[in-house]
Design a protein around this ligand. Structure first.
Ligand SMILES: C[S@@+](CC[C@H](N)C(=O)[O-])C[C@H]1O[C@@H](n2cnc3c(N)ncnc32)[C@H](O)[C@@H]1O
Length: 235
């Protein structure tokens, strides 16, 4: 891929088959969480507006095994995988990907501004897991030991970063994605996000002078990603 970025409107389980073998340096992605089955809908209050707890229609039916063979085929031998992962799928990610990589680990994103729970009936959902898997010889751009923690703190997307139209319920912060891209790839490397949403991984990749390939099934999200990426200067 010569151009800085390429976006495809498609089901990644099919579209990944068109990507040349051993061509991708990093897969950084945020697949469905399969949490919609547990959703009780928006939280309603007399004294304030609803809090969004209504999970998207696409958030079901995903099994990490659906993408395993294509992940292994498109990644370079030294490529690595970082995937956001909900608590209910952690065991499955491990079962599917631990046997096929040298190392399987997790990374924690601590959200400094999680959605509040006014009734105080349980923990805030302030941490999100990112599973990561790599083989010997892949890129680690670590500096000090303190930069090597498998932990990162930053807020969830707020204005002005949060895209208003279309609104994406799980838009991820570019600051976190840039941190992962910068420690695990080199300039001009190719980053693939097969579940691209509104293209946050692409913004992080281009702003870090990496190339980007994104796949997404929703037309509105692909258009929003295109609008975000085409405004990023590459010089
Ligand atoms: C958790 S969201 C990703 C959000 C993204 N990280 C962002 O910041 O915008 C998952 C996305 O995967 C898309 N999706 C679901 N199944 C897909 C599939 N089979 N192929 C491609 N995209 C898919 C959904 O439409 C949704 O936008």
């Amino acid at each position: 891929m010569d151009q800085p970025f390429k976006l495809i409107l498609a089901d990644c389980r099919l579209a990944m088959k068109q990507i040349p073998p051993a061509s991708v340096d990093m897969i950084l992605t945020d697949p469905p969480y399969n949490l919609s089955q547990y959703s009780t809908g928006n939280m309603k209050f007399d004294w304030r507006s609803d809090i969004n707890n209504d999970l998207a229609a696409w958030d079901k039916g995903f099994d990490p095994k659906d993408i395993r063979d294509e992940v292994l085929r498109v990644l370079k031998p030294t490529g690595n995988l970082f995937a956001f992962c909900s608590y209910n799928l952690l065991g499955r990610w491990h079962e599917v990907f631990d046997p096929v990589f040298d190392t399987f680990q997790f990374f924690v994103w601590h959200k400094t501004n999680p959605v509040p729970k006014f009734r105080k009936a349980g923990f805030l959902n302030s941490c999100e897991l990112i599973v990561c898997a790599w083989n010997r010889g892949h890129t680690w751009n670590f500096g000090k030991q303190s930069a090597m923690h498998n932990f990162f703190e930053c807020p969830i997307c707020m204005k002005p970063e949060r895209i208003k139209n279309p609104k994406h319920p799980t838009q991820k912060p570019v600051k976190l994605l840039k941190h992962l891209i910068n420690i695990a790839t080199n300039p001009n490397d190719l980053v693939l996000d097969p579940f691209m949403g509104v293209g946050s991984t692409g913004v992080a990749a281009l702003e870090s002078r990496r190339r980007f390939f994104g796949i997404e099934t929703e037309k509105d999200f692909v258009e929003a990603a295109q609008a975000r990426l085409q405004n990023i200067r590459q010089d």
